[in-house]
Write a protein that binds this ligand. Structure first.
Ligand code: NAD
Ligand code: UDP
Length: 319
């Protein structure tokens, strides 16, 4: 049986990883300070004797008792709205937090996996983005706290690999969606679903011609675990290459919600990437991985979940 620590385990992706690792028979130690995650995301796991939740800021000393086979470093605000609100916390969890998580992996002789991001490519000039592309990032722009924290975290991970012999991997995660995204986290898909379900204007930034390629969370988790249990150093892109404009995404969400909400055009954020699509040749070839869930199916599952959340929130407000 493997024993795994995951930072940010009470967040959107982290909680799905905890669930899947437990289902695979692992013992899971989740470390989170709930800055953007929620206790409800892992509440249902607390009765499992192989699950332990530690409430801690990973930028402080990170200690986990007992042996570990793997450390997954997923702690970090991830939505632009969250990291604009938490710029210094984002830089610190990408720097000091990554150092602590790497130190833990080194002390335990565990494999380390860094959750990096497609934002490492910035506003890309190469399309689709292969791992060999170095990116186009504004180091002092409004997204720099996130992009540069992740680029530093990648560099630190490579340094621990080369200088300290830690078995490391880096996953560059592209936009992912699914149940447990907060309705108010500001990312396009949960925002559009909440707006469509409430019949409010669906806020499309700019003219909506910018693109994203969105991956359903179950597919992403499968790709991440294949990389975790491989010996690849990465970086490896994990994401769904199915690219859609943001306007088409908004219209698709609205149709799937059976909503008549209007589209409301709002200003486009500064440095918002214009295109984004993963080149997943490495994931396909070396991990035998590719996404399986069609966007319509993944969105339908996400809509069903957010609808229940919004009804639950309305009931607790009325009570
Ligand atoms: P999330 O905000 O839902 O989860 C992040 C978790 O990290 C939260 O539970 C938060 O409380 C925790 N956290 C943050 N700072 C912490 C700290 N100092 N100490 C302890 N815990 C801390 O975000 P997510 O979408 O689940 O993203 C998880 C990881 O995946 C992040 O590292 C993110 O950068 C990366 N990622 C996500 C996406 C995506 O589309 N979801 C895309 C690219 C990269
Ligand atoms: N976006 C939008 N309306 C919203 C939220 C986001 O049009 O209410 C746009 C945003 O400007 C970007 C795209 O949707 O072009 C994806 O944004 P998200 O925050 O989901 O992810 P990221 O920018 O990190 O890819």
């Amino acid at each position: 049986m493997s024993r795994v620590a995951i930072t940010g385990g009470a967040g959107f992706l982290g909680s799905h990883l905890c669930e899947r690792l437990l289902a695979d028979g692992a013992e899971v130690i989740c470390v989170d300070n709930f800055v953007t995650g929620r206790p409800e995301n892992v509440e249902h796991l607390l009765t499992n004797r192989r699950f332990r939740l530690i409430d801690r800021d990973v930028t402080e000393f990170l200690h986990v008792p007992g042996p570990l086979d793997a450390v997954l470093h997923f702690a970090s605000p991830a939505s632009p709205v969250d990291y604009y609100r938490l710029p210094i916390e984002t830089l610190m969890v990408g720097s000091a937090g990554t150092r602590n998580a790497l130190g833990l992996a080194q002390a335990k002789g565990a494999r380390f996996l860094l959750a990096s991001t497609s934002e490492a490519y910035g506003d890309p000039k190469v399309h689709p983005q292969p791992e060999s592309y170095w990116g186009n990032v504004n180091p002092v722009g409004p997204r720099s706290m996130y992009d540069e924290a992740k680029r530093f975290a990648e560099a630190l991970t490579m340094a621990y690999r080369k200088a300290r012999g830690v078995d490391t991997g880096i996953v560059r995660i592209f936009n992912t969606y699914g149940p447990r995204m907060r309705a108010d986290d500001g990312r396009a898909i949960p925002t559009f679903i909440s707006q469509a379900l409430r019949g409010e204007g669906i806020t499309v930034a700019g003219d909506g011609s910018q693109t994203r390629s969105c991956c359903y969370v179950d597919d992403l988790v499968e790709g991440i675990l294949r990389l975790l249990w491989s010996d690849l150093p990465g970086p490896v892109n994990i994401g769904n290459p199915h690219e859609l404009s943001i306007l088409d995404t908004a219209v698709l969400v609205r149709d799937l919600c059976g909503s008549r909400a209007p589209i409301t055009f709002i200003p486009r954020p500064v440095d918002d990437p214009t295109v984004r699509q993963p080149d997943i040749t490495i994931a396909r070839g070396k991990l035998g991985w590719e996404p399986k869930v069609a966007v319509g199916d993944g969105l339908a599952r996400t809509i069903e979940w957010l609808e229940r959340e919004l009804v639950g929130a309305a009931h607790s407000r009325a009570a």
